[in-house]
Design a protein around this ligand. Structure first.
Ligand code: ADP
Length: 501
């Protein structure tokens, strides 16, 4: 039984599975796809179809973009800061009320273990409030004083203005978090938004659309959600001349396609792409602390994290000791049904992703790596897309498994002899998202961190990541920043006005 097309929370089945809204939000109306098409959503822990999502078309996307354009050009959203704060605080409060429903949808779509959902549910809800408050206090008009010019002194004012219509394209690994991270600062900055969630996680987007439509005063067209099973719908968003900016998180391959599609209209792009981060373990590191943590980080999201330091670089003097500690943690890691409290690693999100992970592991072994533990499907978990926590040692830094993003619970280990060699191996990548350094001498660790060509570095497990600090990649890991003042300013352009004293 459904209520307005929405399964209510009490209808979650005994395993906790809960289907999300099968409608999209376009121009203020919750609606099905133009031709009525829908696609299936599969729960990765059971391999069962658990519901459907609207299979939006390029035509639906066109209507959503038109609505966002109208709302930006003709509405008062971009000019009414107080109203924007009011609406986003409503969104925050409504998400708080829907928190358990959102959590169940997340677990249903992604297979994320209930025990580790905090960063995917509580954090994004908190971030809605953060951006509402941050945006309300932001200084949108700045007087930079008098400047000398050949024609005499001129006062210069900087006016921070919304970019316009923002297209937000999100991936499936942390869907609610990224749906919020890509849209709420954009909205608070005065833009209108069209969100295109990933095929595998449509409900974390459609639920947001439902909450916006039913529980906030956000005007029609300001926030739109178009779910679809077709990549061409995201491609249509990134090519549409009515869109001023694309914010995207996902693979580097798709990032390149988006850049190319954005080029004819010189759209602003904010891209968070792939990573292949290295963790340099220095000789004096506390391995008993660093190695279990490194193994845990590789497993908790089933390795489906772009910032994961998946290449462990160990000094030859402590090589087998480090491998032993990593292996012990991985062999004892609680893998299993995501609904069971205490389980820390669930399944991969889909069959194809697990195939990709297993294929990369096989390529590593074929290229001469030593399989220390894992490498296959857990014998006790034949149903669900589970992968064993896997450790590969003696990995050649130039081999495929050391160069390609795996997105699975897999660590590779490579020995090194000198700091210079460790840095060279770490920087031997097309990516530049994150990195990690472990060592007792923090000054030395900091000096190594400074040599890594990445956007972010963790030293001794101290996280670089948070709403109040900029996060972005170098190399083929992306363009621009999320979070912090820099992240907010991505959704604004600066108009410099010269005027009389
Ligand atoms: P993955 O390969 O891990 O599925 P992608 O980077 O392909 O990740 O997908 C991330 C998001 O990009 C999804 O929302 C997907 O629909 C979208 N997408 C895929 N191809 C394109 C494209 N050519 N243009 C715009 N968006 C795309």
């Amino acid at each position: 039984m459904t209520v307005k097309g929405v399964l209510v929370a009490s209808e979650a089945n005994e395993t906790g599975v809960l289907a999300g809204d099968d409608r999209m939000l376009i121009d203020g109306e919750l609606q099905h796809a133009a031709g009525g098409a829908a696609f299936e959503v599969i729960h990765p822990a059971s391999e069962q179809v658990v519901g459907r999502a609207a299979d939006g078309t390029v035509e639906d996307m066109g209507r959503a973009v038109a609505a966002a354009r109208r709302a930006f050009d003709d509405g008062s959203w971009s000019a009414d800061l107080e109203f924007r704060k009011h609406c986003l605080m409503q969104l925050h409060d409504a998400m708080e009320r829907s928190k358990e429903r959102l959590r169940r949808i997340l677990i249903t779509e992604v297979g994320c273990p209930v025990t580790v959902t905090g960063s995917q549910i509580e954090s994004p809800i908190h971030e809605v409030k953060h951006w509402a408050e941050f945006g309300a206090d932001f200084e949108y008009l700045r007087d930079t004083g008098l400047h000398d010019t050949p024609l005499g002194p001129a006062r210069r004012m900087l006016r921070y203005e919304p970019v316009g219509v923002v297209g937000a394209i999100t991936p499936w690994n942390v869907p609610l978090y990224l749906n919020i991270a890509e849209t709420v600062p954009a909205l608070m900055a005065g833009n209108t938004v069209v969100l295109k969630p990933a095929q595998l996680t449509p409900w974390s987007g459609s639920e947001l659309g439902r909450i916006v439509a039913e529980e906030t005063d956000i005007p029609a067209g300001v926030f739109n959600v178009v779910t679809s099973n077709a990549n061409e719908v995201g491609a249509a968003l990134s090519a549409d001349p009515r869109v001023d900016m694309i914010t995207f998180t996902g693979s580097t391959a798709t990032g390149r396609a988006i850049l190319a599609a954005a080029a004819p209209t010189v759209k602003k792009t904010l891209l968070e792409l792939g990573g292949k981060s290295a963790h340099i373990v220095l000789e004096d590191a506390d391995l008993n602390a660093a190695m279990p943590l490194a193994a845990m980080m590789a497993c908790v999201m089933s390795g489906q994290s772009c910032v994961l330091p998946s290449r462990i670089l160990l000094p030859r003097s402590r090589y087998e000791e480090g491998i032993g500690l990593l292996a012990t943690m991985m062999q004892n890691f609680p893998v299993g049904d995501p609904w069971t409290p205490g389980v820390m690693q669930g399944p991969q999100i889909c069959a194809a992703q697990r195939e990709k992970v297993l294929g990369l592991i096989a390529s590593g072994v074929a290229d001469g790596a030593r399989l220390v533990t894992g490498g296959g499907i857990p014998a006790n978990l034949p149903v669900g897309y589970y992968t064993e926590p896997t450790l590969l040692a003696d990995v050649d830094p130039n081999s495929r498994i050391a160069q390609e993003e795996i997105f699975g619970p897999v660590l590779t280990v490579t020995p090194y002899d000198t700091d210079d060699e460790a840095v060279a191996i770490a920087n031997n990548s097309i990516y530049g998202l994150s990195g990690e350094v472990s060592g007792a001498d923090v000054d030395r660790a900091f000096a190594i961190a400074a040599r890594l060509r990445t956007g972010n570095v963790t030293i001794n497990g101290k996280s670089h990541f948070g709403i109040d600090s900029p996060f972005g990649g170098t190399g083929q890991s992306g363009l621009g920043y999320r979070n912090g003042t820099h992240g907010y300013q991505e959704y604004l352009h600066i108009k410099t006005i010269g005027m009389p004293e």
